[in-house]
Design a protein around this ligand. Structure first.
Ligand SMILES: [Zn+2]
Length: 503
């Protein structure tokens, strides 16, 4: 037998959680051809000695947002340099399809900074556009509820009519038929925030017919965390849905840190009633999203583009400022960090807390939102380190970055998770005493099981998506001030047997 590539003297963590075993791995035509104790270098065109490093399936990022960034930067450096070869995207309700005249203009504006033409309409044509760029990371997009809803009725905050719901079901059905593993909700965002339980259950029923999964950025990740999970679970039982996945599980806000034991009990109770509940988590305690989420009440019903337009008006700006001051104590701004903005005056302050940038942080926030609500993102330090460590140690928690595939030196400042999340997840799990094979399983076999992917295993016949790493040095080194620092300890990444990262 001859192959393209022979990887010798590796300790294999095969993704299933089985104990490490030392062997050689032969690949050819993008597949794993043989796994044997010893194979001669003559068996393949190229031979690489891994000298006792760990060889694992290419990591699966269980939660990413590279739908567009991967087309803008197909080398996907931030991800492939962490060993990631597959990403579940289309998360938090936002997928780049289905596109119709109702939502195309809005999404073109949202994605404008990537410089990618939205030359598709459905999931299949999106994947064709992505594949044409030969990305280093395979995108596996869910169908996003916010995009789906807007495809039928735009971004206005209102309830669906029966005919609109039927159209959404049809578009969802098409996406699932085209291979989407499921539907993602982003119930904190416009227009998903207006979805009723009837709407959620009706869409879940379509997913259930395809035996798919529903994921959610919950309506509340803090004050109403348990109620938000229960809301989704009730809809799932009504719809006959069997698998529910909580995106970036957290207990946001100090007051809510004590809810974790109750959350675990709820997860177990739901499992016993027949609803499998899984989650993903990034290993940081600062979340990141649009700065606009800081605005309270009615402001939440506006899209970022709509908000920006409204804030052009001086009176509205003053109203927003008063509402913001009433809603947030001044200490809030000591934990709210500017991550990215298109407002050039403030770009030098990216990575700093709003309280460090201006004497009146609320006023600064309104200024940023009025000038660039669409591209201004912020990090919110509301999470407990202890809870984060507990969540990542749960056997039903997959590693996820919540980040983007980015080029090595892009002008965008990301959250450090884009360059570091999975490598850091691995480091933290090993430091907690997890076996290498257990930690690798949470980053490969487990997300593959959750999303029913045909990868995530080192097995003869499977695709040769592989990564080799040094367990002693592997770590995500990116920080908010140096967010583009590459991960350490990842030696090589191969996509379909082709070297995409490493020496
Ligand atoms: Zn989210």
């Amino acid at each position: 037998m001859t192959g393209d590539l022979l990887l010798r003297r590796a300790w294999i963590a095969d993704g299933t959680g089985a104990p490490l075993r030392k062997c050689d791995c032969l690949t050819g035509k993008g597949k794993i051809l043989a796994l044997e104790k010893e194979l001669p270098c003559s068996a393949a065109e190229h031979c690489t000695d891994l000298e006792g490093a760990i060889l694992a399936p290419g990591f699966i990022d269980g939660h990413g947002h590279s739908d567009l960034s991967l087309l803008a930067a197909p080398e996907g450096f931030s991800k492939i340099s962490q060993g990631i070869t597959t990403e579940i995207c289309g998360n938090c309700g936002l997928s780049p399809f289905p596109l119709t005249t109702e939502n195309r203009e809005h999404l073109e504006e949202l994605y404008a900074s990537y410089g990618v033409k939205l030359e598709w309409s459905d999931r299949q044509s999106y994947l064709t556009a992505a594949a044409g760029r030969d990305p280093a990371v395979t995108p596996v997009p869910l169908c996003g509820h916010n995009t789906l809803r807007a495809a039928v009725m735009g971004y206005e905050a209102r309830e669906t009519k029966p005919e609109q719901l039927r159209q959404m079901q049809e578009l969802l059905d098409t996406a699932l038929e085209q291979g989407a593993p499921g539907l993602s909700f982003g119930l904190l965002y416009v227009p998903g925030i207006s979805a009723t339980e009837e709407e959620i259950a009706a869409l879940m029923a379509v997913v259930a017919r395809h035996d798919g999964i529903v994921t959610a950025h919950l309506r509340s990740e803090g004050d109403k965390l348990l109620e938000s999970i229960s809301e989704m679970a009730e809809c799932a039982f009504r719809a006959g849905l069997k698998r529910f996945h909580i995106s970036h599980l957290k207990t946001a806000g100090r007051m809510n840190w004590q809810k974790l034991p109750a959350l675990y009990a709820l997860q177990e109770e739901l499992r016993k009633k027949g609803l499998s509940v899984t989650c993903d988590r990034y290993p940081y305690t600062e979340s990141m999203t649009q700065l606009s989420v800081a605005l309270p009440g009615e402001w939440k019903k506006l899209s970022d583009a709509g908000l920006m337009k409204k804030l052009q008006n001086t009176e509205e700006r003053l109203k927003a400022l008063n509402d913001l001051r009433a809603a947030k104590e001044s200490s809030y701004w000591e934990h709210c960090r500017l991550v990215e903005t298109g407002v050039s005056k403030y770009r030098p302050y990216r990575g700093k807390f709003l309280s460090q940038i201006a004497p009146d942080p609320a006023e600064l926030a309104v200024e940023l939102l009025s000038q660039d609500a669409v591209n201004t993102t912020a990090a919110f330090g509301t999470m407990s380190e202890e809870n984060m460590l507990s969540i990542i140690s749960q056997p039903w928690c997959a590693a996820g970055s919540d980040g983007n595939a980015l080029a090595q030196n892009s002008s965008r400042k990301p959250h450090p998770r884009s360059f570091g999340a999975l490598a850091r997840f691995l480091r933290l799990r090993l430091d907690q005493g997890a076996k290498i094979e257990e930690a690798v399983h949470q980053m490969t076999g487990l997300p593959a099981e959750i999303f029913r992917l045909d990868c995530g295993k080192v097995e003869v016949g499977k695709c040769a998506d592989l990564t080799a790493f040094d367990p002693d040095s592997v770590d995500g080194k990116a920080t908010f001030t140096e967010p583009e620092t590459p991960a350490e300890g990842i030696l090589y990444s191969w996509k379909n047997g082709v070297l995409r990262y490493g020496r």
